[in-house]
Design a binder for this molecule. Structure first.
Ligand code: XIL
Length: 454
């Protein structure tokens, strides 16, 4: 804490230009991927072929925030083997090429799933299913060998109560299909990490117990299983998963890696600041859980922008699930929550007219104020308010939305009661144009308040 105050004091004493340079330097090095990498993990985003032709989208996807990608659809069975023994890798290859060109690794998703399964598979007699499954896995995993570091070999094998889901594979082979699939994947690609991936297993409960017992028995039987994927499709209206960190840890303790593979946090639309703030805490909690578990190798969000999220098409009336909005603009709430949970600093909101009071010339006798965040670090920030107007004497007020608390203010006298802040001028600072500065604490979100001046 002492160190932070000393650092802040240095900022105050230094010229404004120094603060700017410092902020820019930080912006250049801090990305979600660089923060995750500093913790020995990756931070990734899923992507899909149609959006790879959206250049504004790809500029962000490949621009350094993400060190990993997962194809949202390109490697699923209906895409890779639409008719029996006729393989198509064009879409998967396109995702791999994009990733390779932008320094991103690829998780293969997925060799076996009851959805997006071509009709010919479900129509096969049970006696032919195992051979078809092994052939599919052998071909697809061989094609992408060396290009994917991990495979979701089996996707979503469980019912909510922890029993095995009915599927053509389960019907034909019983739950042994999982071990057979894992062995086939290992034979085709001995180096890829082999995962089982599911949703609603993020917290402790019957479904997670089913997964836990399966992994334990696979390990005991010497079946190749390297990791468990926790999809992380969360919704703020259903509450945060129970004991997520402990849940991840108990899997890690079985001797497998764990990963958050498809994170998104949806809400009932429309979006508002309260829902955004709750969503930010979910993102933060997931990231913190992964950071706290050494064998949690990384986090993938299920695409990064609401523009291409799968949520609205599947969960009617819900959406706004990702850290970038549908105009490809970062949501300061969700994005900063992730960055801070990864050990980074929150990005200051840039002072745009919609985020700070107007600085247009005030009417005679009135005054106006503009609020700026000039520097920010974990837990603290420095702010500056400029007052313009024609009348000596002013009172500036605002209400903090996120529990920020002022610890020190210069150029004026401050009183803060709960969220409400009132500042009056020091005697030498009575006549506009006047500026005052302050230091304050913040956590999670640091929204720029609307400031009034009278
Ligand atoms: C989703 C894709 O994002 C959509 O484009 C597609 O229409 C349906 O599948 N769990 C998974 C993912 O494992 O493969 C799903 O992806 C989302 C739920």
């Amino acid at each position: 804490m002492k160190k932070l105050i000393i650092g802040a004091a240095a900022l105050i004493l230094s010229a404004g230009a120094f603060t700017l340079i410092n902020t820019q330097a930080e912006a250049a090095v801090q990305t979600l991927q660089s923060l995750a990498a500093a913790k020995g993990k990756y931070f990734g985003s899923a992507t899909d072929n149609p959006e790879l032709s959206d250049t504004a989208y790809t500029a962000i996807l490949g621009g350094g925030e993400f060190g990993q990608t997962t194809p949202g659809n390109a490697m699923k069975w209906d895409s890779t083997e639409p008719s029996q023994n006729s393989f198509s890798y064009t879409k998967g290859d396109a995702v791999v090429s994009f990733a390779q060109a932008h320094n991103m690794t690829v998780r293969g998703h997925t060799l076996l799933w009851h959805n997006q399964l071509p009709g010919w598979v479900s129509a096969l007699p049970a006696t032919q299913l195992q051979a078809a499954m092994e052939n599919h896995i052998a071909n697809v995993a061989t094609h992408f060998k060396g290009k994917v570091f991990a495979w979701d070999v089996v996707n979503e094998p469980f019912n909510e109560d922890g029993t095995f889901r009915t599927s053509p594979f389960n019907n034909a082979m019983g739950s042994d299909y999982i071990a057979i699939a894992l062995r086939a994947a290992r034979a085709a690609d001995p180096t890829a990490k082999l995962y089982i991936n599911d949703y609603n297993t993020d917290g402790q409960g019957a479904k997670a117990d089913g997964m836990y017992n399966l992994v334990k028995s696979l390990k005991a039987a010497g079946v190749p299983i390297d990791g468990v994927g926790f999809q992380g499709h969360l919704a703020i209206q259903y509450g945060f998963p129970t004991n997520m960190q402990a849940n991840l840890q108990r899997f890690a303790d079985l001797g497998v890696d764990v990963a958050i593979t498809e994170l998104d946090v949806r809400m009932v639309l429309p979006r508002d600041s309260t829902k955004d703030a709750t969503q930010a805490t979910y993102y933060s909690n997931v990231v913190k859980a992964c950071v706290a578990v050494t064998r949690c190798v990384g986090i993938t969000i299920w695409d990064y922008t609401d523009k291409y999220s799968w949520i609205p098409s599947v969960f009617s009336g819900q959406g706004a699930a990702l850290p970038w909005d549908d105009s490809l603009v970062k949501k300061p709430t969700a994005y900063n929550a992730i960055a801070v949970a990864l050990g980074g600093t929150a990005e200051s909101a840039s002072p745009t007219p919609s985020r700070s009071t107007s600085s247009s010339p005030p009417p005679a006798g009135a005054c106006a104020a503009t609020y700026k965040i000039t520097g920010s670090w974990p837990g603290g920030f420095q702010g500056e308010v400029s007052v313009t107007g024609s009348k000596p004497g002013w009172t500036v007020k605002w209400a903090f939305a996120n529990g920020q608390t002022i610890s020190q203010l210069w150029g004026g006298t401050v009183s803060q009661s709960g969220a409400n802040v009132t500042v009056t001028p020091a005697s030498w600072n009575n006549t506009p144009p006047a500026t005052f500065g302050f230091l304050a604490s913040w956590n999670g979100t640091n929204a720029v308040p609307t400031v009034t001046c009278a």
